[in-house]
Design a protein around this ligand. Structure first.
Ligand SMILES: Nc1ncnc2c1ncn2[C@@H]1O[C@H](COP(=O)(O)OP(=O)(O)OP(=O)(O)O)[C@@H](O)[C@H]1O
Ligand SMILES: [Mg+2]
Length: 124
């Protein structure tokens, strides 16, 4: 699987700009990566507002926007499409949602995990 660099940059940008929008008075976005057995797992945790459960449920549908003056609601629909095209995976946890995982640090309000396939190039 070849990773489309521009599209993955767009994914990262869309998630990071949502985090920035959710932290209008400042906060922290923490991005970490880990080896997940043939995949790279990328976690984005922010200390913003979190989102209601009904927004989280529909977040990958186009034109779902909530609490923004100028949101088109396309950002996360694009993220999902790019992840599907790459045979990747995305999961979102949010503190305003019910099933917050213990893996989410106590200060984190929104937690997105991406799993991306890795292209391994070995040059000898
Ligand atoms: N990190 C986050 N914290 C809180 N709410 C979020 C977060 N990410 C997404 N959301 C919520 O999900 C909604 C949908 O996000 P999405 O990126 O698809 O659209 P948008 O940001 O509203 O518009 P666009 O990305 O097209 O400018 C947002 O309007 C926001 O309410
Ligand atoms: Mg957005």
């Amino acid at each position: 699987m070849k990773v489309d660099q521009d599209k993955i940059v767009r994914v990262f940008y869309n998630i990071a700009s949502n985090a920035a929008d959710a932290m209008p008075t400042g906060g922290t976005l923490t991005v970490t990566t880990e080896d997940a057995g043939g995949m790279v797992k990328v976690d984005f945790k922010d200390t913003g507002t979190g989102m209601p459960e009904e927004v989280k449920r529909k977040i990958f549908e186009p034109f779902v926007t909530y609490g923004k003056k100028h949101g088109t609601g396309l950002g996360m629909a694009i993220v999902k499409k790019v992840m599907d095209d790459h045979k990747g995976k995305i999961e979102i946890e949010t503190e305003m949602g019910k099933e917050q995982r213990s893996a989410c640090c106590s200060r984190c309000r929104n937690y997105s995990s991406l799993w991306l396939p890795v292209l391994l190039r070995v040059s000898l």
